[in-house]
Design a protein around this ligand. Structure first.
Ligand SMILES: Nc1ncnc2c1ncn2[C@@H]1O[C@H](COP(=O)(O)OP(=O)(O)OP(=O)(O)O)[C@@H](O)[C@H]1O
Ligand SMILES: [Mg+2]
Length: 351
């Protein structure tokens, strides 16, 4: 994963074999990844997989048991080294915004800039407030702002000292669904405009896939795959990752290089496989159509209509069920015989 061609200057952040234990709990079990400067990464994984711990290790709030961490090409943690948080040039945005409630927006953003000369400081605060679209609201108190505005103040405060890296831990989870979609798009464009390197922690897949340049899937304290959202979805490296990202059906098959024989016919594969495999079939890559009935038919056993699409569960003639995602146009009846076609190429994993 770590390419030789990366020069230290291009590396936004790099973790190598990072381990953190809390008593007998391994919260980080050898976390390794690197992120280029100016890129946005989502750290995605189930509750308890070690996401917050990883951010806290990067920020310096926890010390590691093994491994190394570099920020902007400089080592900040490793054997015998623990640079304190204030020396790491890291900005943090938390779920609960953590604005200072008794000072106004301007003073909240100004907070981390006390080492700068007064005029630089004033123009910096003005610039970041403009960047987050809150120029006129410097005098407001935090409780006089909407949730989305408070989130933008928190972001402005993190950006003001021009950190090498911004860490955001579930930054949108306090916002209601509609606002959340808007605010996260805004935050993405603000970070991109600022040229920031940033890591978002989330357990919301849609958020991860739609927001960032790269996604790292973390399971049990390790990064199992880091890739672009498209590649992660299309080519998960394992059955575990495939199950975690999006909806996944698996059907048995026998691999013969670049194709698999399965009960849904011969399917082309994305990578060569041999022997018994589980074939990943995404619900949206299956087509069904009404078929004449016979004793060996695949049959519809359930359908859920959502408006923009529908989810149809089909019981295959072999007894397994698969889920199929379709447009809203056609209504399938329960028990209706159907023919099933999978659009490939597919991923398959040795079982
Ligand atoms: N200070 C601590 N003391 C003991 N155990 C801890 C501590 N912090 C975290 N853990 C444990 O380490 C593991 C990873 O926790 P972490 O908070 O990193 O998970 P997470 O991926 O952020 O989960 P969530 O999505 O629920 O926020 C969990 O099993 C947790 O209970
Ligand atoms: Mg967490």
């Amino acid at each position: 994963m770590i390419q030789q061609s990366e020069t230290p200057a291009e590396i936004g952040v790099k973790l190598d074999g990072v381990v953190k234990r809390f008593g007998t709990v391994g919260a980080a079990n050898g976390v390794s990844f690197y992120l280029r400067q100016g890129h946005l990464l989502a750290l995605l994984g189930p509750s308890g997989c070690g996401k917050t711990t990883t951010l806290r290790l990067i920020a310096g709030f926890e010390s590691l048991d093994a491994g190394t961490i570099e920020i902007g090409g400089q080592r900040v943690a490793g054997p015998g080294l623990h640079r304190p948080p204030e020396k790491r040039r890291v900005g943090m945005v938390f779920q609960e915004y953590a604005l200072f409630p008794h000072v106004n927006v301007w003073q909240n953003v100004d907070f981390g800039l006390n080492k700068l000369p007064g005029d630089v400081r004033r123009s910096r605060v003005g610039d970041v407030l403009e960047l987050v679209g809150l120029s006129g609201l410097g005098e407001r108190m935090p409780h006089e702002l909407s949730g989305g505005q408070q989130q933008r103040v928190a972001l402005a405060r993190a950006l003001a000292p021009q950190p090498a890296l911004i860490l955001l831990d579930e930054p949108f989870s306090n916002l209601d669904a509609g606002l959340r979609v808007r605010v996260r798009a805004e935050v993405r464009s603000i970070l991109k405009q600022a040229g920031a390197t940033a890591i978002f922690v989330t357990h919301d897949q849609e958020e991860a896939l739609s927001l960032v340049d790269e996604v790292a899937v973390m399971l049990n304290g390790r990064v199992h795959q880091m890739a672009s959202p498209q590649q992660l979805y299309r080519q998960p490296v394992s059955r575990e990752v495939a199950t975690f990202i999006g909806d996944a059906n698996f059907i048995p098959g026998i691999g013969h290089g670049r194709h698999v024989e399965s009960l849904l016919g011969t399917l082309e594969t994305q990578v060569a496989v041999e022997g018994p495999v589980d074939v990943l079939v995404r619900p949206e890559n299956v087509e069904i159509s009404p078929a004449p009935s016979d004793a060996h038919s695949h049959r519809v056993c359930q359908h859920l209509f959502f408006g923009h699409d529908q989810l149809v569960t089909v019981q295959l003639s072999s007894g397994e069920t698969i889920e199929v995602r379709l447009g809203p146009a056609y209504t399938f009846a329960v028990n209706q015989p159907v023919s099933v076609r999978v659009r490939g190429p597919v991923m398959a994993y040795n079982s």
